[in-house]
Design a protein around this ligand. Structure first.
Ligand SMILES: [Zn+2]
Ligand SMILES: [Zn+2]
Length: 258
């Protein structure tokens, strides 16, 4: 078992040859992939892929970059689209203060809308956060005060302190191919000590191809390379690490078991 907790199979670079991309992933032992939405106009295609492929599931959501363009998305709309049995999570949502492609207040409002939908549906929220750790932590904490929900910090690149906060709040942490990069020292230190029962692995394909594929188009098959790197980093058996992180995936995204 091996799960890619976050990929974009309908993005340029993967969508043109999606069938071959999926076959290469399966050939390397990938048994589950979560195909992530970033814009409303992708939702139909992403759900259709999940309907067609038994090992691919879908998320429904709006990326923080797209918050300005989706100010009409409300809780009811997310909840309605998330009712589909192949939709297992909400997002990706969150805060991106590195690019600031959308107004920060709009990003925060959209983030809170996704969390409200997560509370209502019981589905986990998939959080993207960049250069916005304090604000992300304070929204996650504030929203937990309104009622319970769960989720994952995807493509984790934060500080060790932020990892501890996310774990305290009950979140899972998903490690991408960035951990294999030479200059990712702090991330490697954090990834080495994360509790194994909260660890997920992802590619964020077509982005962030790990070593030894740097510079290529990322694809879910490469989650096997990141898993091998992580097992080595953590001093764990790679087969076990793959199985445990896949089990974590199915525990967090519990609708995948239905
Ligand atoms: Zn992201
Ligand atoms: Zn993504």
């Amino acid at each position: 078992m091996l799960a890619d907790s976050h990929c974009h199979l309908n993005y340029k670079g993967l969508v043109e040859d999606q069938r071959a991309v999926l076959e290469r992933a399966r050939a390397r032992g990938v048994t589950a992939m979560l195909n992530i939405s970033t814009r409303e106009r992708e939702w139909d295609d992403i759900v259709a892929t999940a309907e067609r492929e038994p090992d691919v599931w879908a998320s429904i959501g709006i990326h923080p970059h797209e918050a300005d363009a989706h100010s009409e998305i409300d809780v009811a709309k997310l909840v309605a689209r998330a009712a589909h049995p192949r939709v297992v999570g909400l997002g990706e949502t969150g805060l991106d203060y590195f690019y600031d492609h959308s107004d920060r207040a709009r990003q925060a409002a959209s983030f809170r809308t996704h969390i409200a939908a997560a509370r209502e549906t019981g589905l986990p929220v998939i959080v993207h956060t960049r250069d916005a750790e304090d604000e992300t932590a304070s929204i996650l904490r504030d929203e937990l005060g309104k009622g319970t929900y769960t989720g994952v910090i995807h493509c984790f690149t934060g500080t060790g302190a932020f990892a501890d906060i996310a774990l305290d709040l009950g979140f899972y942490i998903s490690i991408s191919g960035i951990v294999t990069f030479k200059n990712a020292r702090e991330l490697q230190e954090t990834a080495a000590r994360l509790p194994i029962d909260r660890l997920l692995i992802e590619t964020d394909a077509p982005f962030l191809a790990p070593v030894p594929h740097r510079g290529k188009t990322g694809e879910p098959a490469f989650v096997a390379d990141t898993a091998a790197f992580l097992a080595d980093l953590r001093g764990e058996n790679v087969t076990e690490l793959k199985a445990i992180t896949a089990r974590n995936f199915h525990t967090l995204f519990a609708r995948t078991k239905a």
